[in-house]
Each structure stands twice: as structure tokens, then as C-alpha cells.
Design a protein around this ligand. Structure first.
Ligand code: GTR
Length: 424
């Protein structure tokens, strides 16, 4: 009797401590549900897009749909009073082959409002046309991309570690000297400079710290706390890349026709949304962006809409939550986000060991975006199935899958450098 009582008690206790709903990802192609993708070349009212002129109308419709259902409405344009403060200028960096500048972009008048700190590293030798430039969001502060003591330590909150982030713990942490160059493996600065390109990078947490606080910090409060259909954090981070683009417009050393936006993972989602909205980006690069980025939501492979909304309630707009375990009702899917960038160049990269981000779903997205590129006279993806490792495919919309895990590697950057340097 006592034994039965004890086992009942244990059962009850274990049930009490089990997470309410355990998330079970799909990692088997056989479990991927049948789905029909919304056609980028068919209007909501069923009419077909036949010409490039029709496409621009359809594009406006899709942009509205993504704003309303996925990322939220973005604050439009350059805010009043935005100004740039140069905080450092070095004529010689990387042994004399580069220059370094630090610029504080104040989003409003005065210096008490929100700002981001931009780190701009350019080759010393600049041709008349200027240099192609990557606008790149970083995860850990500008000081984390290279060990140089010349780079200012970020003074904003930096999350302690990814395990803290997973556990949802917010750690007040000021960057220390130890953090210099901590992420340099993902940032081959010399390789970028040696190729003749420039890097303009900023810490995404300057714009909106990456935790859910009902939008009390970052740019949301001063520019309007989100209501149901308004921008979440991805919307804010993407908006900030456009403010960096504003700054670059005044830099004569930048080749204005060859500016890219780059991001990895959640910042890859951000780069895609930025590239879709701002046509001053001639190239958009999504590195391992997965769910809510390049991967098709309807495949439900790896991370799904419900999981991302539950883990990161601040990333998307509130409307997106309606599609938790209900992806087939979404009026859009992510191939249409890529199509929004056409005819400008897009590069989507996956990693074999990054199943959570659904490499096949990322490939299918670029594949199904291709008809839009083709309508606009650009080459899409001809390959019918996922290419082999390290075999980039495509024309104006490109894709590769490499060996290894969720990360940014030199192999990835080699492809991005080819993509930026071959821009017309
Ligand atoms: C994961 C998240 C992914 C991806 C990644 C990252 O926890 O589930 O969607 O964005 O974080 O940004 O590193």
C-alpha cells in the first residue's frame, strides 16, 4: 500500500515538474506535412502577375502582408534630429592597410536619446568608385569581432553566454578587456580588407536589447511601443541597418551601388527583412537564418513558428502568434520574403549540421523565389534539389550549404566576398 502511495506521489511530482508542453521538433522528411505555398506571382484576389509592372504592385501587397502578419510595421524613414558623431578616426589600422572609424549614430537630437555605435573599417587604398561595403550586425559588441585595443568596448548590456540566453536569464554585464576578439573567428576582417571591401558593423543590442521587457528599452519606447501590428525587435534591428545605410550615403569612399546587409541566425532574419524594405542594399546575405528567416514555415521542420514565438515573444509582431501550429493559414511564406528583394542580389547559406534552421527549407525558399527573379530578367536557381556541400548554386539569388554547424566560417565569407565584388 505504502509502495503504491509512493509511486503515485512520484508520478504526480514528476508531472508537476514536467514542462507544460514539451516541444518535439520534426527532423524526419517523412514527417514534413503536405503543404501548398502561396504563389508570389498571384495577387491575394487571385489575379496573376504577368509583367514586371504587375510585380511591383504585387510586391507592395506582399510587403504589407509581411509587415502586418510577421515582423510588424516599421517606423518609416530617418527620424528627426538623427545625427552622426565621429568618436574616433585612425589613419592606420591592421599594420597600415586599413583605416578605422567609430561613429555614434544618435537617433534623435542631442545626446541623451538612443544611439548605436558603428565601427567602420575600410581598406587604406580606395579606388575612385569607392569600396563595396558590408553593413553587418554583430551579437557581442564591436570589440568582439577583432582583438585590437583600438576598438571601443561596448558600454551596453551584453548577454553573458548563450546558455544564459537559453535559460532566459538576463545578466547585467559590462564588456571587459577579456571579451576583445572573442568572436573573431566569425569576422575575417583582414580577408575582407585584403579583398578590397569595407566592413561597417554594430552591436544589435545597442538598438534593442535582446530580451522581452515589454519594449521598455532600446528604440521602441522613444519611437512608440508596439501595439498588435507594430514592429518587434527584428523590425527595430532591421530599421537600424537602414540608419547605418543613411550614414554611409555621405561617405565618398563607399561604392554606393555595392552596399550589402549581412547577418547570422536571428540577425540573418533581420538582414532579410532589411533587404526587403530598403532597396539601397544591393546584396542581402542570410547566414543560417532558419525559422522566420529563409526557411519555409509550412515545412514545420526543426524550429517552428510556435516555438520561436514562445521562446522569443519580442522578435516578431503579435499577429504572428496566430500562426502557432497553424502555418497553413499564414497568407505568406518565407520564399516571398526573398522574392521581395528581387531583382537585387540575395545570398542564402545553410550548414549541414544546422537542422534546427532547416537547410532544405532554406534551399526551397530560394528555389521558389526564383520565378520572381526570372520575371525581372535575372537568373534564379536552376537546381531542382539541394546541392552538394560546398557547391554554390544560383545567379542573382544564390545558395550554398557547407559542412559544419550553425556558425559563420571563412568558407561562407569567401562566397559573400565573391558575391559583393561581382555586383555590377
Ligand atoms: C536560436 C533560435 C534561432 C536562431 C538562433 C540564433 O535559439 O531558435 O531561431 O535565431 O537562436 O540567433 O542564434
Amino acid at each position: 500500500m505504502a509502495r503504491i502511495f509512493l509511486s503515485c506521489l512520484l508520478l504526480l511530482l514528476s508531472a508537476a515538474f514536467l514542462p507544460a508542453e514539451e516541444y518535439v521538433p520534426i527532423y524526419d522528411e517523412k514527417e514534413v506535412p503536405e503543404y501548398t505555398l502561396p504563389d508570389p506571382l498571384v495577387f491575394e484576389n487571385g489575379e496573376k502577375v504577368e509583367t514586371a509592372a504587375d510585380w511591383w504592385k504585387r510586391r507592395a501587397e506582399l510587403l504589407r502582408l509581411f509587415s502586418h502578419h510577421v515582423y510588424g510595421k516599421t517606423l518609416q524613414g530617418t527620424p528627426e534630429g538623427m545625427h552622426f558623431e565621429s568618436t574616433k578616426k585612425l589613419d592606420s589600422f591592421l599594420g597600415g592597410k586599413a583605416t578605422l572609424e567609430e561613429i555614434r549614430i544618435h537617433f534623435s537630437e542631442g545626446s541623451d536619446g538612443p544611439f548605436l555605435d558603428l565601427l567602420l573599417i575600410k581598406p587604406k587604398e580606395v579606388p575612385e568608385a569607392g569600396v563595396p561595403t558590408f553593413v553587418a550586425l554583430n551579437f557581442r559588441g564591436n570589440h568582439s569581432i577583432h582583438p585590437s585595443p583600438e576598438i571601443a568596448l561596448n558600454q551596453n548590456w551584453v548577454s553573458e553566454s548563450s546558455s544564459d540566453r537559453k535559460a532566459g536569464v538576463v545578466v547585467e554585464h559590462k564588456a571587459t578587456e577579456k571579451a576583445r576578439g572573442f568572436r573573431s573567428s566569425r569576422w575575417p576582417v583582414e580577408m575582407i580588407i585584403d579583398s578590397g571591401a569595407a566592413l561597417a558593423t554594430f552591436y544589435y543590442g545597442d538598438v534593442d536589447p535582446d530580451f522581452h521587457d515589454e519594449f521598455k528599452n532600446g528604440v521602441h519606447e522613444p519611437f512608440g511601443v508596439p501595439g498588435k501590428g507594430d514592429w518587434g525587435s527584428i523590425g527595430a534591428w532591421a530599421w537600424a541597418t537602414s540608419r547605418v545605410r543613411d550614414f554611409l550615403e555621405s561617405d565618398e569612399q563607399v561604392d554606393q551601388g555595392r552596399v550589402a546587409v549581412f547577418g547570422h541566425s536571428r540577425l540573418g532574419k533581420t538582414a532579410l527583412w532589411a533587404g526587403a524594405q530598403d532597396d539601397r542594399f544591393a546584396l542581402t546575405i542570410s547566414n543560417n537564418s532558419g525559422c522566420g528567416g529563409a526557411a519555409l514555415s509550412r515545412r514545420r521542420f526543426g524550429e517552428r513558428v510556435s516555438r520561436i514565438n514562445n521562446s522569443f515573444p519580442h522578435w516578431f509582431c503579435e499577429n504572428f502568434r496566430q500562426y502557432n501550429e497553424n502555418e497553413s493559414s499564414l497568407p505568406v511564406d518565407q520564399h516571398q520574403l526573398i522574392a521581395l528583394i528581387a531583382p537585387r542580389r540575395v545570398y542564402v547559406a545553410s550548414a549541414e549540421g544546422d537542422e534546427w534552421a532547416d537547410p532544405r527549407g532554406e534551399f526551397l525558399s530560394v528555389k521558389h523565389a526564383s520565378p520572381v527573379f526570372e520575371l525581372l530578367g535575372k537568373a534564379g536557381i536552376a537546381a531542382e534539389s539541394l546541392p552538394g556541400l560546398h557547391e554554390p548554386v544560383g545567379g542573382e539569388v544564390r545558395y550554398h550549404i557547407r559542412a559544419g554547424k550553425h556558425d559563420v566560417t571563412d568558407y561562407d565569407w569567401e562566397q559573400y566576398l565573391k558575391a559583393i565584388h561581382s555586383l555590377p
